[in-house]
Design a protein. Structure first.
Length: 261
C-alpha cells in the first residue's frame, strides 16, 4: 500500500493540507444514510403493502402484531394507545436500527458525516471538546454487543422468510421476489456474522487462540467477513431497503413479480 505523507495542520475547523477529495466520502455517507432513514421511517409508518404472496418485507418481520390472519400473536394489541399510529414495523425496526447505529464501522462513518467530528483524518475539528466513548452519552454505544444477540435471531427469522419465499400455494417455485429475499438474508448474514463484537466473543476474548482449535477456526471465519465489514454494511443496508420496496410495489400492483419456475 503506498504511503501518503499528510502533515497535520492544527487550528480552524476544516483546515487541512490534504489535496485529495477527502470530503466526498463523508458527503456520500451523509446522503445515503439520510436517504435510508427517511425511506425506512416512511415505510415503517405505512402499516400496509408489506406482504405479497409468500414474500414478507424484512421491515415487518417477524410480524408479531398486524394482520390477524398472518401475524404471530394477533391484530392490533389492546394495550396499544388508540391515538398512536399503528404499524407492525414499529415493534421490529428499533432492534436492527439499534444494531446499525451502534456498529463500530457506522460509528466512525456517521461521526464524520453528521457531526464532522472530525470531518476526516488530518482535517481540523469543530472547536469543542470530545470526551470519547468512555463518558455519557457515547458510552451507551457499548450496548452493541447485546444488540448483536438480537440481530442473530433476526437472521434466523429472515432465513425462514427467505425459505417461505420459495413456496407458492404449497408448491416449490421461484420468483424474482424469492431471489430478492434470499440475497437479502445473505447480505444481512454477511454483515451480522462479520460483527467485531462477535469476533471478540468467539475468540478475540482469549489471550491465546493456539490450542483452542474450534474457536480459532470460528475466529478465522468471522475475521474473513470482518475484513469486508464496510462492504457488507452498505450492500445489506441498500438491499434491505430495496427488498421492502420490491414487496411493496408488487403488493401495490406497480411491479409484476416474474415467476422463474
Ligand atoms: S461492529 Fe458492525 S455490526 Fe458489530
Amino acid at each position: 500500500m503506498p504511503d501518503i505523507d499528510v502533515p497535520l495542520v492544527g487550528g480552524r475547523f476544516g483546515r487541512t493540507s490534504r489535496r485529495d477529495l477527502w470530503w466526498v466520502q463523508p458527503l456520500v455517507v451523509l446522503l445515503v444514510l439520510s436517504g435510508f432513514v427517511i425511506y425506512a421511517t416512511w415505510a415503517a409508518f405505512q402499516g400496509n403493502h408489506y406482504r405479497f404472496g409468500p414474500y414478507l418485507s424484512p421491515f415487518y418481520s417477524p410480524e408479531l402484531w398486524g394482520n390477524p390472519l398472518t401475524a404471530w400473536i394477533g391484530g392490533r394489541p389492546g394495550w396499544y394507545p388508540s391515538w398512536l399510529i399503528f404499524s407492525p414495523a414499529l415493534f421490529i425496526l428499533p432492534f436492527p436500527a439499534g444494531f446499525r447505529l451502534t456498529c463500530y464501522y457506522y460509528r466512525g462513518a456517521y461521526y464524520k458525516a453528521f457531526w464532522a467530528d472530525p470531518p476526516s483524518c488530518a482535517v481540523g475539528e469543530p472547536p469543542r471538546s470530545y470526551r470519547g466513548e468512555r463518558s455519557f452519552p457515547l458510552i451507551l454505544q457499548n450496548v452493541h454487543r447485546y444488540f448483536l444477540y438480537i440481530a442473530l435471531l433476526f437472521i434466523a427469522d429472515l432465513a425462514y422468510d427467505a425459505w417461505n419465499g420459495f413456496w407458492f400455494d404449497g408448491h416449490f417455485g421461484m420468483g424474482v421476489g424469492s431471489v430478492v429475499l434470499l440475497v437479502n438474508v445473505i447480505l444481512l448474514g454477511g454483515y451480522t456474522l462479520g460483527c467485531h463484537a462477535l469476533r471478540h466473543r468467539v475468540g478475540g476474548v482469549l489471550d491465546r487462540l493456539a490450542g483452542a482449535r474450534l474457536r480459532k477456526r470460528t475466529y478465522d471465519c468471522v475475521s474473513c467477513l470482518t475484513g469486508q465489514h464496510m462492504t457488507w454494511a452498505w450492500c445489506s443496508l441498500l438491499w434491505v431497503a430495496f427488498t421492502d420496496l420490491y414487496v411493496r410495489l408488487c403488493s401495490m400492483g406497480v411491479w409484476h413479480d416474474w415467476r422463474i419456475f
